[in-house]
Design a protein around this ligand. Structure first.
Ligand code: BGC
Length: 249
């Protein structure tokens, strides 16, 4: 089965048709810069344009960087607040002229990693954390996703955790690997105290440099591995969710 996957991020909106059985992109992905402000209308227009570039009106999945229930956006920590209460699935569906499934970005990345990437075959408690503009989370037990966990927003030292542990925070404060990884370690120790995961998968662009910071996270008991699907995880996970195969195998 072939499904169009679209990954909506703070800087770019990327998409490609995906072969659900293999998790492979069928063609090179296309990317359009995220409009600013990223209002529902502006982003929906980009989703429409991406689908048109692939001449696509079939089954489509899209990620969104917020809580999504029943296709509707419930939170918007790092995107335009006009999204809150918007039925994104219907808006995208009308724009494309087909059925669109929408899910949280970290959940999508987690689903892809659990099926084809770093979490393949893992049956214990697995926590995927994505480090980017915010910190996203996806929790799996026995391979099954608990959707819409928002562990990037637990409070540490009186602050929203993602304000200290995201890649964006590292850049904003100009923290080096040591300073930033100490904050990530403290964050993960909190998560470990709450969830006792067997495995933590770290994703987001900064996971490409995992050798610079993952070895420093010595206070964390769980195994920590970098994501392996990198930029494709959101696209593949969105497509899987839309095809109804989102339970990790
Ligand atoms: C949002 C999450 C999202 C994460 C990564 C957080 O600020 O609340 O829903 O998964 O950023 O984009």
């Amino acid at each position: 089965m072939h499904v169009l996957g679209i990954d909506i991020g703070g800087t770019g909106i990327k998409g490609a048709p995906v072969d659900i059985a293999t998790g492979q992109l069928l063609t090179e992905r296309k990317k359009i810069l995220t409009p600013h402000p990223a209002t529902p209308e502006a982003v929906t227009a980009v989703v429409k344009e991406l689908a048109a570039q692939f001449d696509w009106s079939g089954v489509t999945g899209a990620t969104f960087p917020g809580v999504i229930t029943g296709g509707t956006v419930r939170t918007a920590a790092n995107v335009d607040t006009a999204w809150i209460g918007t039925d994104a699935a219907s808006a995208f569906g009308e724009a494309i002229g087909g059925e669109v499934t929408v899910l949280n970005d970290a959940d999508a990345a987690g689903v892809a990693e659990m099926t084809f990437g770093a979490g393949k075959g893992e049956r214990g408690t697995v926590l995927m954390l994505t480090f980017g503009t915010g910190v996203g989370s996806a929790l799996f037990a026995g391979g099954v996703l608990v959707p819409n966990t928002e562990f990037g927003h637990i409070e540490i030292r009186g602050k929203d955790a993602e304000k200290r542990a995201s890649e964006h925070a590292k850049e904003t404060h100009d923290w080096g690997w040591k300073d930033w990884s100490e904050r990530v370690e403290e964050y993960m120790e909190h998560m470990e105290a709450l969830l006792s995961p067997d495995l933590i998968i770290v994703g987001g662009g900064i996971s490409k440099d995992s050798d610079k910071w993952v070895p420093r996270l010595k206070g964390v008991r769980a195994r920590i591995v970098p994501a392996t699907m990198h930029n494709d995880a959101g696209i593949v996970g969105a497509a899987m969710a839309a095809s109804g195969t989102a339970t990790a195998r």
